[in-house]
Design a protein around this ligand. Structure first.
Ligand SMILES: C[S@@+](CC[C@H](N)C(=O)[O-])C[C@H]1O[C@@H](n2cnc3c(N)ncnc32)[C@H](O)[C@@H]1O
Length: 225
């Protein structure tokens, strides 16, 4: 009787466990944001919304072949920000010539690449997954912005981000909160931080929010010390 209950519980939980698995190894993310498989980014109890998105990940990524596994399990699955939301994030951050944009967890590189294309600004993307970094480099090459953007395979919690004047995030609320002390310690006063979908709970009130394409984006500015 007990084992029947266990099996039933496992069957009920399976979809949720799968949704939380990083599908990095089978990643194939078109830069156009077209989608082929549903996925969820769910920050559990701490999350402000159940943010259901459609991930552009397929099983046959040319970038996955021969790529090393991530140095450790990524903190969040890969889900690309839709292009209209990327544009809105850059606008909300007030990106302008001379800025240096860091995307922490940069996926296929679309945010630094769009910033370079639209504003001619330098960008750095950091992603722990080597497949994502390969994709981002290929996309930067295709976009003709390799002189402006760099992608690093690294843990975003470990990298020096002090040169950024704009930081973009699409992580989870719990990761934003965990990242907050680093943002406040390393970034210069006046640096703008924009997050897609996730705020910083009661740890840091955003100064602006905007609804776009059924999601929400948030803006903070690093205060004077
Ligand atoms: C939801 S995706 C966002 C991708 C991109 N910023 C965008 O908005 O399209 C999150 C990304 O963070 C990366 N990631 C997860 N944990 C990380 C960590 N500790 N350090 C660096 N990257 C990480 C994942 O590999 C994934 O590509």
């Amino acid at each position: 009787m007990k084992s029947h209950k266990t099996l039933l519980a496992l069957a009920l939980c399976a979809p949720f466990l799968l949704a939380c698995t990083d599908r990095a190894a089978d990643a194939d993310a078109p830069v156009d944001g077209s989608a082929d498989r549903p996925s969820t980014m769910d920050d559990g109890a701490a999350m402000n919304t159940t943010h259901t998105v459609t991930a552009a990940i397929g099983p046959d990524s040319p970038y996955a072949e021969g790529a090393a596994a991530p140095a450790r399990e990524p903190d969040v699955i890969y889900v690309p920000t839709p292009e209209p939301v990327v544009d809105a994030m850059l606008n909300l951050a007030g990106v302008k010539a001379g800025d240096v944009l860091y995307d922490l967890g940069s996926g296929d590189g679309r945010i630094p690449i769009a910033a370079a294309q639209r504003f001619g600004v330098r960008g750095v993307g950091i992603d722990i997954n080597p497949v994502r970094v390969r994709e981002a480099n290929a996309n930067a090459e295709a976009a003709g912005v390799t002189d402006l953007v760099t992608f690093k395979e690294a843990d975003l919690f470990e990298e020096d981000i002090s040169e950024a004047s704009v930081v973009t995030l699409y992580l989870l609320q719990s990761l934003n909160v965990k990242l907050r002390p680093k943002l406040l310690a390393e970034l210069k006063p006046g640096t703008r931080i924009v997050s897609h979908a996730f705020d910083m709970a009661d740890q840091w009130e955003p100064e602006q929010t905007q609804e776009i394409d059924g999601t929400r984006i948030y803006l903070w500015t690093v205060p004077a010390r």
